[in-house]
Design a protein around this ligand. Structure first.
Ligand SMILES: Cc1cc2nc3c(=O)[nH]c(=O)nc-3n(C[C@H](O)[C@H](O)[C@H](O)COP(=O)(O)O)c2cc1C
Ligand code: SF4
Length: 560
């Protein structure tokens, strides 16, 4: 069964490649929804199915997978964030009630997550994101359309001199190391990347030099560079910060990857929930064209490279790299089995480097100071700088840059501690570890420290779970999130997340019911060990952490 579906998906990749990146099938779907509120109409599905040769069923399967393309969201006028950080901020119920005085229930939709975790009260209205609005400002916005959409948060450099948060000196100066690189040998860069020890910042911590070398050595003249800017982890707004305030750091990294691997096209897949990121990155790409740094035969070097943004359509699973590639091809965003890995068979089944936004942003520092010097920051296994994003329960929420290996307590103290009583934090998104606040003193910000203690650094967005939030409600939220966002390809995740959600919901609402411990353990173990990707495979970690560290609070819901 899996084999047939994988062959079918391959055939669709080849069909999609006929349209290429410029006229790609996915953007047609998004454009249709932008124009009419949905792409899920019989006319459009049949038309695109015929043009792309995908057929109706595959086209419908694709459009119906995305929140912003689905027919059910066509008439929604306002979208409330239902991510973990807004849930824990406790802002969404009052916000919903206020909006309900202006909109009918069926006009209020949900969205996750807008990256306004530093403020809470996040929602999207007429294509703009808002958060933390006063009652008066909200009233003015919905009645006149006038509002303040500015995104304000602290940006704090605890690493000196700053690397990722350093001031931008202008295109001319910033791209000087790239100009220098064009005259160098690719073997030189391979050695510097290896010496840097840079590991991917998207969550898995995979060594960058290994990935890039694999794509470089993969046979084939056509290769792609893809920036994973689908930052869907509630609590994370690190990539948003980089795209909106340091876009050239990301673009330079992609250009270096293109030069190294022999790719001529770079694509930034940016989530639709970040409209400002798409606009600002597009402006930065235009600046590069104006400076002669993109296009054919860049600065007479023989290197051709173009960059393009593609806006997502509201599906968390598109952050998983193979689902992202399927999405770019206009296929249903389902996870692909590996091997082959994207560096061998990626976009349109061609060798592709997929890296996270923050990962690419490190390349400027490696070019400037050299791999060995770069590696002096951080720990031997987790080198370089790292950004964390802190939610609204901190006294000074925002983006914090640290050297890997910095005590987590240093970050919490620099943020002025918690302004509310907090019992736990979840670091690294919905699949990251859930740690009681007492653990903050024993952890350092690096992959090993978190892993060795039974947690996960992930992308390092931080969500605080306040004292007033029942832990059972948070567990139900995690199961529900996974059930909503599962791509459905494998049973353990598709069924397990839904069964888990039902078990917890029943125990919460029916005081005569208690969950069998063996059953929940079995369910979590099965999801963890047999899911195809880290959505179904990852969510058991925070739930197990909660069951372990908050056993007393959770006792009433489980059989002895
Ligand atoms: C469910 C799921 C969601 C993910 N979301 C993201 C994401 O939003 N951004 C990201 O860069 N990586 C995400 N990843 C990890 C990617 O699959 C991939 O490992 C990453 O883009 C590789 O880049 P890196 O090596 O630079 O980290 C996700 C993985 C899973 C399983
Ligand atoms: S674990 Fe979930 S999201 Fe991942 S492949 Fe399976 S069904 Fe899809």
């Amino acid at each position: 069964m899996l084999l047939i579906s994988s062959r079918m998906s391959k055939n669709l990749s080849y069909l999609s490649s006929r349209k290429g990146v410029e006229k790609n099938v996915f953007e047609r779907m998004v454009a249709a929804a932008d124009a009419r509120g949905t792409a899920e109409t019989p006319d459009f599905v049949q038309k695109l199915g015929k043009e792309s040769l995908f057929g109706d069923a595959h086209t419908l399967g694709a459009v119906s997978a995305y929140d912003f393309l689905k027919a059910e969201n066509a008439d929604k006028k306002v979208f409330l964030c239902n991510g973990s950080a807004c849930l824990c901020a406790g802002t969404q119920k009052p916000l919903h009630d206020k909006l309900h005085t202006h909109f009918k229930e069926e006009e209020i939709g949900h969205i996750c997550c807008l990256g306004r975790c530093h403020e809470g009260g996040a929602f999207q209205f007429k294509g703009h994101n808002y958060s933390g609005q006063s009652d008066a400002a909200l009233e003015t916005l919905v009645t006149t359309g006038e509002g303040d959409a500015a995104d304000r948060y602290a940006v704090v450099g605890l690493l000196q001199p700053a690397v990722l948060t350093a001031d931008f000196p202008g295109v001319e100066a910033y791209y000087a190391p790239f100009r220098g690189l064009l005259g160098k040998d690719r073997g030189w860069l391979a050695a510097e990347l290896k010496a840097s020890g840079l590991r991917g910042r998207g969550g898995a911590g995979f060594p960058l030099h290994f990935k890039w070398q694999s794509c470089r050595e993969a046979p084939g003249a056509l290769k792609y560079i893809v920036c994973n800017a689908d930052e869907g982890d509630p609590g994370a707004y690190i990539d948003k910060y980089l795209m909106e305030q340091r876009p050239h750091s990301v673009l330079l990294g992609m250009m270096v990857a293109g030069w190294f691997a022999g790719a001529e096209t770079g694509i930034l897949y940016i989530r639709a929930e970040y409209p400002d990121s798409v606009r600002i990155v597009d402006e930065a790409i235009a600046e590069l064209h104006a400076a002669g740094l993109l296009g054919q035969d860049i600065l007479g070097s023989g290197f051709n490279f173009s960059l393009k943004t593609i806006k997502g359509a509201g599906a968390y699973i598109c952050g998983e790299e193979t689902a992202l590639l399927s999405s770019l091809e206009g296929q249903r965003p389902e996870v692909r089995t590996r091997p082959p890995f994207p560096t061998i068979e990626g976009l349109f089944r061609k060798p592709t480097i997929v890296n996270n936004v923050e990962t690419f942003a490190n390349l400027h520092a490696i070019l400037t100071m050299g791999g060995a010097t770069y590696a002096k920051t951080g720990t031997p296994l987790s080198s370089g700088p790292k950004l964390l994003s802190l939610d609204s329960h901190f006294a000074k929420p925002g983006i914090y840059e640290v050297a890997m290996g910095t005590p987590l307590r240093t970050v919490v103290d620099a943020a002025g501690g918690f302004k509310n009583k907090v019992k736990a934090i979840q670091v690294g998104g919905p699949l990251g570890g859930l740690l009681p606040v007492e653990k903050i003193d024993s952890l350092t910000v690096d992959f090993e420290s978190f892993k060795n203690a039974g947690f996960l650094l992930g992308h390092a967005g931080v969500v605080s779970i306040p004292d007033w939030m029942p832990m059972i409600e948070y567990i139900e939220h995690l199961f529900k999130f996974t059930a909503d966002e599962s791509c459905g390809k494998c049973f353990p995740c598709r069924l397990g997340s839904t069964r888990g959600k039902e078990l917890i919901a029943k125990a919460r609402t029916d005081s005569s019911y208690q969950i069998d411990r063996e059953l929940i353990t079995d369910l979590l173990d099965t999801m963890e060990q047999t899911s195809l990707c880290a959505l179904g495979g990852g969510v058991p970690l925070p739930i197990k952490n909660a069951l372990h560290y908050f056993a007393e609070e959770l006792e009433p819901f489980f059989k002895k």
